[in-house]
Design a binder for this molecule. Structure first.
Ligand SMILES: Nc1ncnc2c1ncn2[C@@H]1O[C@H](COP(=O)(O)OP(=O)(O)OP(=O)(O)O)[C@@H](O)[C@H]1O
Ligand code: SF4
Ligand SMILES: [Mg+2]
Length: 317
């Protein structure tokens, strides 16, 4: 199956800090891919690179024709790609308080000088985001609507560009628990109605469970496990994924594994398996000697993005 965007061995380094350190993955048409992992694992840096807001140190990000960045003096990347739109965590911070809802949603069209049928397109984007009738919202200001409605406006501002891929960084983390469900339901509705793909970053495995088709687990700049949601969350194979899941309350059947220490600094990525200093499986002493010695000396490498499911771990066969 062709993909909307395909990442091949993408690195993003900030000096000696390897924020993204060899990621290969693709997003397929109409799929929701969740990127999960602890703070500092490189999730935001990675999606900013996909959006074109962050320069890639090495590797390649290939877009399909319609998601291709348009050619502009800045490579079309200053404001991001037309076919790839991003929504941020905090809707309040993302909205200019002095602009009306209409102006906010129309902004992307105006920047691209796509003024034909502007009002109709803004209206359609607002309805699509569940703000109906849209005309009622046109003259309003962000402070006149609720937090949930503000996130819908942010989504409308992305949808007005008719993207193929929506990038969402913790899209509901700043919202009240009571309205998270509706925003997630809206995202799924958009996928169904428009065939859009979504790459969503989240700390919340429950969220991934509810909306993602596939999950990519990130640790220190790498995807360490990738596969269908039911499998990654139901039968995780990588010790890091198992530890992440064991602390989620709903998964009590798993023995709790509290990870020792914090995620290391991305300037000092451990040799061998990057997870080895914190790996409960290695620490358990149950691994065969030759596997354990590989853990501390040999990098298991990135997961195979073409496999149905894959884990970057010497103990997983
Ligand atoms: N502009 C920058 N300059 C230097 N280092 C950076 C920069 N942006 C990110 N980093 C580093 O890159 C690593 C990954 O950061 P990133 O923000 O991508 O992680 P994240 O997974 O999104 O974390 P969180 O869950 O907290 O949002 C961190 O070690 C961070 O300090
Ligand atoms: S390769 Fe070794 S250290 Fe790394 S996750 Fe697997 S068992 Fe743990
Ligand atoms: Mg982040």
């Amino acid at each position: 199956m062709s993909s909307i965007v395909s990442l091949n061995d993408v690195h993003v380094h900030f000096g000696s800090s390897r924020a993204v350190d060899g990621v290969s993955v693709d997003v397929k048409p109409g799929e929701v891919l969740a990127l999960v992992g602890e703070s500092g694992s490189g999730k935001t840096t990675l999606i900013r690179a996909v959006q074109g807001l962050q320069t890639v140190t090495s590797g390649e990000i290939a877009y399909t024709a319609s998601a291709e960045p348009v050619s502009e003096p800045d490579g079309g990347r200053g404001r991001g790609n037309r076919g790839v739109q991003m929504i941020f965590q905090d809707p309040t911070g993302a909205l200019n308080p002095r602009q009306t809802i209409y102006e906010i949603v129309a902004e992307g069209l105006r920047i691209r000088k796509e003024s034909q049928n502007e009002a109709e397109r803004v209206g359609r984007a607002l309805s699509r985001a569940g703000l109906r009738p849209p005309e009622r919202f046109f003259p309003m200001y962000p402070h006149q609507i609720s937090g949930g409605q503000r996130q819908r406006v942010v989504i409308a501002g992305a949808m007005v560009m008719e993207p193929d891929l929506l990038l969402a960084d913790e899209p509901v983390a700043s919202l009240d628990a009571s309205i998270r469900g509706e925003i997630l339901a809206l995202m799924l509705e958009l996928v169904e109605e428009t065939g859009l793909s979504i790459l969503v970053v989240t700390h919340d495995l429950g969220l991934a469970w509810n909306i993602a088709d596939r999950v990519a687990v990130m640790y220190l700049g790498r995807i360490v496990e990738l596969g269908p949601t039911e499998q990654i969350l139901g039968e995780p194979r990588h010790p890091y994924t198992r530890a992440l899941l064991s602390v989620v309350p709903e998964t009590t059947r798993m023995e709790q594994q509290i990870l020792i220490g914090e995620i290391p600094d991305s300037r000092r990525i451990p040799v061998g398996c990057r997870f080895h200093p914190r790996c409960p499986l290695l620490q358990s002493g149950t691994l065969a000697a030759e596997v354990a010695s590989r853990c501390t000396t040999e990098d298991p490498g990135p997961v195979d993005m073409n496999a149905d499911s894959a884990a970057a771990c010497w103990a997983v066969t």
